[in-house]
Design a binder for this molecule. Structure first.
Ligand code: NAP
Length: 247
């Protein structure tokens, strides 16, 4: 896919899905701003810059904080002067049965997953509306569609992202800005490596395609929604799960 001349922001790109998405966009020629909470993101930026010969800037900070997001966007303005693609990928889990879940763990997951998606999309949409062009892609999950034991906070955050996606899609459509979500199933990353072997085996028996997904398979779906091939698609949730949600 061709992203030459485009500027893309990918949050949570130090590893896993975010890194694969950043690489996919860079392979198509996009210039990138990538973020994470630690300065490890600088090494990822250097790696992508070297591998794909594109401009890559990095930013570290907690993007669930409004001031941090404002600083991020002032850097995007300063270094790139525009933003064509915004991928809200950063996310965390704090699993536990709801009756034992602390209010802090509930709030933290909602704050990092949903509030940061709102804050970043809000800033991105202002730049995109002025330019009358933009692609916002939000990372939801099939857990946000069907729920999951031990993930009430995570499911609420990912369902919230679907509501946010649909609302902003309607608000921004007239200005040629599309807003869509990807809902991955079980993908092999650090996040799912933390799941118990027993839970993993259970997942595998439920996936019709009989395997976990790999980050590149999510990156391909995000790239489609970030490209002009999807120009008449907005407010949609693209499920990428090997059929898991069907079971
Ligand atoms: P991961 O390997 O744990 O990576 C998460 C990324 O988010 C890291 O780069 C992390 O960077 C960053 N991050 C976390 N908190 C942040 C914050 N407050 N501000 C900025 N960056 C932050 O997870 P993943 O599996 O790649 O998941 C990526 C996204 O896909 C998440 O939204 C997740 O919910 C979603 N998803 C994953 C799966 C799956 O099966 N893996 C399925 C459905 C949905 P640092 O830790 O360096 O800050």
């Amino acid at each position: 896919m061709n992203f030459e001349g485009k500027v893309a922001l990918v949050t949570g790109a130090s590893r896993g899905l975010g890194k694969a998405i950043a690489e996919k966009l860079a392979a198509g020629g996009a210039s990138l701003m990538i973020t994470a909470t630690s300065d490890a993101i600088e090494a990822v930026a250097a790696e992508i810059r070297e591998k794909y010969n594109v401009k890559v800037e990095s930013f570290y900070g907690d993007i669930s904080q409004e001031e941090t997001v404002k600083t991020l966007f002032s850097q995007i303005n300063e270094k790139f002067e525009k933003l064509d693609i915004c991928v809200n990928n950063a996310g965390i889990t704090r699993d536990g049965l709801s009756m034992r879940m602390s209010a802090e763990d509930f709030d933290r997951v909602l704050t990092v997953n949903l509030r940061s998606t709102f804050l970043v999309s809000k800033e991105a949409s202002m730049m995109m509306m002025k330019a009358r062009y933009g692609k916002i892609v939000n990372m939801s999950s099939i857990v946000g569609i069907q729920g999951n034991v031990g993930q009430a906070n995570y499911a609420a955050s990912k369902a919230g992202i679907i509501g946010l996606t649909k609302s902003m899609a309607v608000e921004l459509a007239k200005r040629n800005v599309t807003v869509n979500a990807v809902a991955p199933g079980f993908i092999d990353t650090d996040m799912t490596r933390a799941v118990s072997e027993k839970a993993k085996e259970e997942f595998m028996t439920k996936i019709p395609m009989c395997r976990a997904g790999v980050p590149e398979e999510i990156a391909d779906a995000v790239a489609f929604l970030a490209s002009d091939a999807s120009r008449y698609i907005t407010g949609q949730v693209l499920v990428v799960d090997g059929g898991l949600v069907l079971r």
